[in-house]
Design a protein around this ligand. Structure first.
Ligand SMILES: Nc1ncnc2c1ncn2[C@@H]1O[C@H](COP(=O)(O)OP(=O)(O)OP(=O)(O)O)[C@@H](O)[C@H]1O
Length: 235
């Protein structure tokens, strides 16, 4: 990262495997305490594997992860989340058989702040109109909003978002993007996003993965203008 401030997340040379199949090769990255960074790459490049390694669902075989001033390479997921890591998975991270209200209550279980639910509803007011509705019947965009809101109820200082606008109608994408830009003023976001223009608009810095390796990294502007970018993202 170009910022001189201490990063909230510092990843050094991690290698992650599924069994004997290596998917990440010596990946290093840093995220600042505020602002957003993008993780880009074509299908299968290793973006979700990287997110799962950061949240602790997968253990890297080599390398280290430092979060908020502490080594956490071997820390269980639950402890990372308690320490301020939030994760909105690519697959819909909501309970379909529970209502919007119940989903938010579950998200707020570990939050002692009783006003947190109301505050989260000011971020995506549409959800407030759908509190009794089963989450499984929400539109794709509303489900993403609910998943982000649930993650925010954990008061994250670093929020990992795996394709927050995937399958979302373009009109709602803008609303989600605006809220992400607001959030990035206060916390750190790492955003995996297929939509290149959008990813580079929302973020200050970007990493491009190619077959599990960081092939390009730099300010989002520099990455946008890099002649290698299209080749790295083409199928
Ligand atoms: N559980 C698994 N077991 C074995 N291989 C896996 C597993 N999950 C993912 N992979 C493989 O790891 C590689 C990276 O997958 P990953 O999901 O991290 O890519 P991605 O960049 O997020 O792709 P996409 O943009 O399609 O979501 C792919 O070749 C994938 O087939």
């Amino acid at each position: 990262m170009s910022e001189s401030v201490t990063p909230i997340l510092s990843v050094r040379d991690i290698s992650t495997f599924y069994g004997s199949s290596q998917v990440l090769f010596d990946v290093s990255l840093e995220a600042p305490a505020r602002g957003a960074i993008a993780v880009l790459g074509r299908n299968g490049a290793g973006k979700t594997t990287l997110m799962k390694t950061l949240v602790g669902e997968l253990r890297p075989r080599h390398g280290s992860i430092n979060f908020d001033g502490q080594p956490c390479t071997r820390m269980p997921t639950e402890q990372r989340i308690r320490r301020g890591l939030g994760y909105v998975a690519q697959e819909q991270a909501v309970f379909g058989q529970l209502s919007v209200r119940e989903n938010l209550r579950v998200g707020a279980l570990a939050n002692p702040d009783k006003g947190a639910n109301e505050r989260v509803l000011t971020i995506f007011p549409k959800l407030g109109e759908r509190l009794p509705q089963l989450a499984g019947t929400l539109s794709g965009g509303e489900r993403k909003m609910l998943a982000i809101s649930r993650a925010l109820l954990g008061n994250p200082t670093l929020l990992l978002l795996d394709e927050p606008t995937e399958g979302v109608w373009i009109g709602v994408v803008e609303e989600i993007v605006e809220r992400l830009l607001d959030l990035a003023r206060d916390i750190s976001l790492i955003i995996v996003e297929q939509h290149l223009e959008l990813a580079l608009r929302v973020t200050n810095y970007a990493y491009v993965l190619d077959r599990g390796r960081v092939a390009l990294a730099g300010s989002s502007e520099a990455v946008r203008d890099d002649p290698q970018l299209l080749r790295l993202l083409s199928p």
